[in-house]
Design a protein around this ligand. Structure first.
Ligand SMILES: [Ca+2]
Ligand SMILES: [Ca+2]
Length: 117
């Protein structure tokens, strides 16, 4: 998601920060619209979109790119079993196409959501 972060910044925004269930639902419906195949049958990697949170500073302490924890940001609904830090390498945040959060590998290219300032 470093690439994603850069692209968002170049366009005058930042990786999206989800501040409410309503906002997660909006992103979910955009995601379903641009990538309907991902709802049912497609590789894992297209069912997640990178968004603006991570646990790069302290393992399992997820904060937004603006430094707030997820409770303060306003949305904390994880996919069941997440965050799982798969093979100790998942330190970036994503939104699953179901509208729930998952930690993902920062070095894998995923679709992503930018948000404008
Ligand atoms: Ca992690
Ligand atoms: Ca995960």
């Amino acid at each position: 998601c470093n690439v994603a972060r850069k692209i968002c910044e170049e366009e005058g925004g930042y990786l999206a920060i989800v501040n409410s269930i309503a906002e997660a639902d909006v992103l979910k419906s955009i995601f379903e619209k641009v990538n309907p195949a991902a709802i049912t049958n497609s590789p894992e990697s297209v069912r997640y979109a990178a968004i603006g949170f991570h646990d790069l500073y302290q393992e399992n302490e997820f904060i937004t790119i603006h430094g707030d924890n997820l409770y303060k940001a306003g949305f904390t609904k994880w996919l069941p079993g997440q965050p799982d830090d798969t093979i100790g390498k998942e330190n970036c945040g994503s939104l699953h196409i179901s509208g729930r959060l998952n930690d993902i590998n920062c070095h894998t290219r995923f679709p992503f959501f930018c948000e404008l300032r």
